[in-house]
Design a protein around this ligand. Structure first.
Ligand code: FE2
Length: 559
């Protein structure tokens, strides 16, 4: 059975293909249309589908539209209709418009596929899709499941349990009590975009959480039953978060200086979020009575909270997918439909983030020549790249299938020397143009990682850069470019089996320097991560990247 999964209801539009229960392809539309997050989250565009990602999935598996048995869409309009409350919008016509666009989803799918989907189209509840994206690939026979995001149909946080092929929702915390929206609003108030929760998280390490602890505790209120959000503080339903203004004064303008109060606020928000998530986990642990945990939803990209969940110790094993945010719901919806239709769960095939487009050497060489450049061939790309990094160069490392999810994990990465104190400033000045306070992450040989970081038991999700691990004393000063203000690093463990060429690169760097890790940041400059060789070459030429390796073909800035 071939199931095409689609996410487009809010943002992070994406498609995934599940063939007989195995995930064979998945990709975010932003990598094709070159618009960050693919599209804005608006009430008038849930039917704006990830057409290029859908076509990629079909082409990749050499399937025709007529081969698709089911289409799974990661939002359920009927559930929305049943759970919607009039007070959610200032004007009821907004909901009518949203539902009207959802009614057009089927027609939009038919147009792309060139056939009628009819009953083959299945609407999967949004949090069920998130849950499936974590539980089925986890390989756990049974697990407690925690979902936290902005909003699904109504649910903002969901406690669930998975067993075999079945996922059962235990409890939901409904809109407007949304931790995801608190972070979006906080991000906007601090002068960033709604998508910049990662910046707020980075900023938090510079602040003192005690300064605004009491105030944040009144915005995210903990109770025996979990948590509640102070709706007045959020400005609900006008979407003007007056609570933050009372605390911090007017919204910070992007060009304005970041003040200590902004950092203290971010720190208190991180602490309050941690406390709320731990309260949910205690509740989930009691209700589910299981020893393994799956986590998904946009809030699962918070690597500080994830580390706290891990350290909490209530669960023996934890799985968070490489795309825990909305993009992952395309994959989850497809898996949920497969399991519902097949009545059983497919045998575990191992989760991997490497599910996107790949390009062979012929295509790489053609792209280089089309750019008017001369391709050079390396006999040992991993060693040559590692030497260049050790000599202080910024190296583009492009190979194999693109990652599914927001982190570059060694296939669409920029690599730099973690030992140099000035690496961060050089990268920001020449390529990334990010704020100075944001940390860069290390990719570490899995077999050496415990010598450098407090990892704890290695989890599969440690390969996805999802946990902020403390660096060991005596090691921090050797790798200043990847250590955050609080002494942690968002580590990616690199296993030889999962990514042999990237492992080889880091091994070569280790042999030369005695340091078993490199700085790894996504291959982009203020745009979606590069997808094709042409994107990589364009970014290489327009920025200060010193060398670009695409498989065994390479370019240097002198050529
Ligand atoms: Fe979501």
């Amino acid at each position: 059975m071939n199931v095409l999964g689609i996410n487009s209801v809010f943002h992070e539009s994406s498609a995934a293909l599940v063939v007989d229960g195995k995930v064979v392809a998945a990709c975010e539309e932003e990598r094709f249309n070159r618009v960050k997050h693919a599209k804005q989250s608006r009430i008038d565009n849930p039917h704006e589908l990830p057409e290029q990602a859908i076509r990629f999935c079909l082409d990749d598996a050499a399937l025709k539209a007529s081969d698709i048995d089911r289409v799974a869409y990661s939002f359920d309009p009927q559930l929305r209709r049943a759970q919607y409350r009039p007070e959610w919008w200032p004007d009821g016509r907004m909901e009518a418009q949203f539902l009207g666009c959802l009614d057009e989803v089927g027609g939009a799918i038919d147009k792309i596929l060139g056939r009628k989907s009819g009953r083959a189209l299945k609407f999967v509840p949004h949090h069920l899709a998130h849950a499936a994206s974590a539980f089925y690939p986890s390989g756990f026979d049974a697990a407690a499941i925690l979902i936290i995001d902005g909003i699904g149909e109504a649910a903002c946080s969901t406690l669930a349990r998975g067993e075999g092929a079945r996922i059962e929702i235990i409890e939901t915390f409904s809109y407007p009590h949304s931790l995801g929206f608190v972070w979006e609003n906080a991000s906007i108030h601090l002068g960033f975009s709604p998508y910049d929760a990662a910046k707020v998280m980075g900023l938090a390490a510079y602040g003192d959480p005690d300064v605004y602890r009491r105030q944040l505790a009144s915005i995210i209120q903990l109770s025996e039953d979990g948590y509640q959000v102070d709706l007045a503080a959020l400005g609900f339903p006008s979407y003007e978060p007056k609570g933050f203004e009372l605390l911090l004064g007017p919204k910070r303008k992007p060009e304005e200086e970041i003040l200590p109060q902004h950092m203290h606020f971010a720190a208190a928000l991180q602490d309050a979020t941690n406390a709320a998530v731990l309260a949910l986990l205690r509740r989930l642990e009691r209700a589910a009575g299981l020893k393994r945990l799956c986590v998904a939803g946009g809030v699962a990209l918070n690597c500080v909270t994830n580390e706290l969940i891990r350290r909490n110790g209530a669960f023996a094993d934890i799985f968070i997918p490489s795309a825990p945010h909305d993009a992952g719901t395309a994959l989850g919806a497809a898996l949920a439909v497969h399991c519902a239709e097949a009545g059983q769960r497919p045998p575990p095939s191992g989760a991997t983030p490497y599910l996107g487009p790949q390009f062979d050497e012929r295509e790489v060489v053609a792209a280089v020549k089309a750019a008017g450049l001369t391709p050079r061939r390396s006999k040992n790309a991993a060693r040559d790249a590692a030497d260049m990094v050790a000599d202080g160069n910024i190296v583009g490392w492009f190979q194999g299938r693109m990652e599914f999810g927001p982190r570059a994990l060694g296939n669409r990465s920029l690599i730099a020397d973690p030992r140099r104190p000035d690496t961060r400033a050089i990268l920001n000045g020449r390529v990334k143009h990010r704020e100075d306070f944001r940390p860069f992450a290390p990719s570490v040989l899995a077999e050496r990682a415990d010598e450098w970081f407090e990892i704890g038991p290695h989890l599969a999700s440690h390969e996805y850069m999802l946990f902020a691990c403390p660096a060991k004393a005596g090691r921090r000063e050797r790798i200043p470019a990847v250590i955050h203000q609080d002494g942690t690093a968002r580590v990616q463990l690199v296993q030889r089996t999962a990514n042999p060429r990237f492992h080889e690169l880091i091994s070569c760097f280790y042999q030369r320097t005695g340091v078993p890790l490199v700085l790894n940041t996504s291959f982009n400059d203020s745009e979606p991560i590069v997808c094709t060789p042409a994107h990589a070459i364009a970014t290489f030429r327009s920025t200060g990247i010193d060398a670009l390796f695409m498989g065994n073909i390479y370019l240097t800035s002198e050529t």
